[in-house]
Design a protein around this ligand. Structure first.
Ligand SMILES: C[S@@+](CC[C@H](N)C(=O)[O-])C[C@H]1O[C@@H](n2cnc3c(N)ncnc32)[C@H](O)[C@@H]1O
Length: 382
């Protein structure tokens, strides 16, 4: 789909741009995702076969089960604090949390001391999550943002949450970097344009000053607020956070902003407010923000390695024992999809952040100090 069909939001944005001038890529993305009336995450169900995209927990229950095992092992590394709260950021349809809790119900010796905090902005997804967790007796709470979650020993999990946060984009002209903006062309259609020059070295690392004209650099300002909230939870009690997403070890050049509608890649200007907009996550930036706040950062590790080390292969073998031939084939193809490097295994990465004082379990037992500004400049993003 390439034409720009009008939506209520596109009309609103076009009218704003004609009166006030272009808006930043970030402001465009923010409006498309979170506009209080017409934003993508305000209503509807974006996830699953009938939606726009599918996520790892929706592919197989084994994904959530492995995260449940990670929760158990990490809680043990924390020296088994009681009570424990499990916080999920952007819980989608609640599938991951349901699979995780089912695993913990079997494995955790103090399951009755666990409470659940779901951080979700979408009203319709909140309702789905409540239905998905109906069968679990533990105390369950819903919040609009992480700042509302009380301090207590905490495990945070977030699958495909960071990629939703809007990014600023910068474009290199002959001499300098400029904000990339969304404007209107002669026909009144949305188009990218070049905005104000940004001071050298302020947002775009100085090492990219010699990048060729047309290069794009992305930066997510909202990571900072998320890391402040994570740090707050770690300030009074042990905390570990697991972020899984598609991403890269930055800083690096290249555009990763992408738009998905009904499982197809489309232009970000198609159907504003009705399509998913995301950007790949710079895990090095996340690690650096965490370390600057006194937290420890581990990884990122490829999702394939992460799930394999937690035992997804063994779990699949166990499930195959009681499966029909058709179910067994699906179990095998699901594991391959989640783990194989050419599928989700390498593109998706897992990063662990923790309060000091304990070491998270493998594959995060090797602390990785983010090396500020020493990534491979020329490495294209995946
Ligand atoms: C790509 S979906 C991932 C859903 C789920 N984690 C999964 O793996 O199936 C993104 C989720 O994050 C939620 N979300 C997006 N932006 C958010 C924000 N700023 N605060 C809280 N939740 C947000 C969405 O409503 C949705 O539940």
């Amino acid at each position: 789909m390439s034409s720009q069909e009008e939506t209520a939001l596109s009309q609103q944005l076009k009218s704003y741009i004609s009166q006030n001038g272009p808006i930043s890529t970030r402001a465009f993305m923010e409006a498309c995702l979170y506009d209080p009336e017409h934003g993508y995450y305000r209503a509807g169900n974006p996830i699953g076969a009938e939606g726009d995209f599918i996520t790892a927990p929706e592919i197989s229950q084994m994904f959530g089960e492995m995260i449940g095992i990670w929760c158990l092992l990490t809680w043990q590394s924390m020296r088994q604090p009681i009570p424990l709260q499990i916080v999920e950021l952007g819980p989608g349809r609640g599938t991951l949390m349901a699979d995780l809790l089912r695993a913990l119900q079997k494995l955790h010796p103090n399951f009755e001391t666990i409470s659940v905090h779901m951080v979700e902005r979408s009203v319709s997804l909140k309702a789905r999550q409540m239905a998905a967790l109906e069968g679990f007796d533990c105390p369950k709470h819903w919040h609009d943002n992480l700042a509302e979650v009380p301090t207590s020993p905490t495990l945070i999990i977030a699958n495909e949450f960071l990629d939703c946060l809007p990014v600023r984009q910068f474009v290199k002209k002959a001499e300098a970097w400029h904000e990339r903006v969304v404007s209107l062309d002669d026909e009144g259609a949305f188009c990218f344009a070049v905005g104000k020059e940004v001071p050298k070295g302020m947002v775009v690392p100085a090492r990219f000053d010699t990048a060729p004209p047309g290069s794009i650099f992305e930066f997510c300002p909202d990571f900072e607020a998320v890391m402040n909230d994570v740090q707050r939870l770690a300030s009074k009690a042990p905390m570990a956070a697991l972020f899984i997403d598609y991403g890269y070890e930055g800083p690096s050049l290249g555009e990763t902003l992408q738009a998905v509608h009904k499982h197809n890649m489309v232009s970000p200007f198609v159907l504003p407010g009705q399509i998913d907009l995301t950007a790949h996550v710079d895990f090095t930036a996340i690690g650096a923000l965490a370390v600057a706040r006194g937290l420890r950062a581990y990884g990122p590790r490829d999702q394939g390695a992460f799930l394999s080390q937690l035992g997804i292969g063994t779990r699949a073998e166990a499930l195959v024992q009681t499966a029909t031939e058709q179910q067994a084939d699906k179990l095998v193809s699901d594991v391959v999809r989640l783990v194989a490097p050419e599928q989700m295994g390498s593109l998706f990465k897992a990063m662990c952040l923790s309060s000091p004082g304990f070491t998270p379990p493998p594959p995060f037992d090797q602390i990785v100090e983010p090396q500020n500004g020493s990534g491979n400049d020329q490495q294209p993003k995946q």
